[in-house]
Write a protein that binds this ligand. Structure first.
Ligand code: 13P
Length: 252
C-alpha cells in the first residue's frame, strides 16, 4: 500500500511554548503509525530543531513549510534546502497556495524548489489546487494539470517517485468549506492519471496524494477513505491536539 500521511501545517501560528505543548499533547495520545503510515509536522523554522527532538520516533517527522529556490547566498531572511538537510529535516512543503499568492511563487520557481529539495535529500510535499473563480468556470483540471506539468514533469522517474502531492483547492483553505469526498476523489484520480500518462502507472500508483482544505476530525475519515486520497494536509485543525489525533487515526 502506498504511504498514508497525516500532515500538520501550522503556518504562522503558536508561540514556542504553545508549539512544544501541542506536540507533547499529541505524543501523549500514544498513537503508533502502521508501517504504511506517516505523521508529518510542518512547523515554523525556529521550531524545527525542537520538533525534530520531540518527534524522534518511527513514523513521525518534522517538516519545513518552505525553502528558497537557490541553494545559498545573499538572500537575507531565507532558508535553503541545504540548511534543512544539515538539520536532518527530510520533508518540506513546496508551493503552498498562500506562498503562491502572497510571495508570488510561480510554477517555474516551484520547479527550482523541487529540484533543490531533491538534490539535498529533502522530500517535497508539492501543493497544487485551483482558486474559486477557476472552479466556477469548470477549469480546475486544466489548472492543476499546468501546475504539475510546469513544476514536476521535468523530473526523472527516480525523482518523481519520491514526491508527495497535496491537492488543496484554494476555496477550501481556511474557509470551513471542504471539498466533498466526490470532488476530492475526482481530482485525485485525475492527478494520478496525469502522472501515469507522463511517468507510467507503476510510479503513479505509488505516489501519495493528500487532500487539504478544511480537513477536520469530523470529515477526515470520509475523505481519507476515497480510493485516491492518501491522507491530508491540515491547517487549522492541526493546532488542536484532540482534533489532529482523530485525523491521524482516520488514515487508511
Ligand atoms: P485549513 O485546514 O486550515 O483549511 O488549511 C489547509 C492548508 O492550507 C494546509 O496546508
Amino acid at each position: 500500500m502506498r504511504k498514508q500521511i497525516a500532515a500538520a501545517n501550522w503556518k504562522m501560528n503558536l508561540s514556542f511554548q504553545e508549539a512544544s505543548q501541542l506536540l507533547d499533547n499529541i505524543l501523549q495520545s500514544g498513537i503508533t503509525p502502521a508501517a504504511h503510515q506517516l505523521f508529518l509536522f510542518a512547523v515554523p523554522f525556529p521550531y524545527l530543531e525542537m520538533a525534530k527532538q520531540k518527534l524522534n520516533r518511527i513514523g513521525y517527522e518534522a517538516a519545513a513549510q518552505n525553502c528558497h529556490h537557490k541553494i545559498k547566498g545573499a538572500y537575507t531572511g531565507e532558508v535553503s534546502a541545504i540548511m534543512l538537510q544539515s538539520l536532518g529535516i527530510r520533508y518540506c512543503i513546496v508551493g503552498h497556495s498562500e506562498r503562491r499568492e502572497y510571495q508570488r511563487e510561480d510554477n517555474a520557481m516551484l520547479a527550482e524548489k523541487v529540484n533543490v529539495c531533491l538534490n539535498h535529500s529533502v522530500i517535497p510535499v508539492f501543493c497544487c489546487g485551483e482558486p474559486l473563480a477557476v472552479r466556477e468556470q469548470g477549469g480546475e483540471k486544466d489548472y492543476v494539470k499546468q501546475q504539475l506539468e510546469e513544476s514536476l514533469f521535468h523530473l526523472s522517474e527516480d525523482e518523481i517517485r519520491k514526491i508527495i502531492i497535496a491537492y488543496e483547492p484554494v476555496w477550501a483553505i481556511g474557509t470551513g468549506k471542504t471539498a466533498t469526498s466526490a470532488q476530492a476523489q475526482d481530482m485525485h484520480r485525475c492527478i494520478r492519471l496525469l502522472i501515469s500518462e507522463r511517468f507510467g502507472n507503476h510510479i503513479a500508483s505509488d505516489i501519495p496524494i493528500l487532500y487539504g482544505g478544511s480537513v477536520k476530525a469530523s470529515n477526515a475519515a470520509e475523505l481519507f477513505h476515497c480510493e485516491d486520497v492518501d491522507g491530508g494536509l491540515v491547517g487549522g485543525a492541526s493546532l488542536i491536539a484532540d482534533e489532529f489525533v482523530e485525523i491521524m487515526k482516520a488514515l487508511k
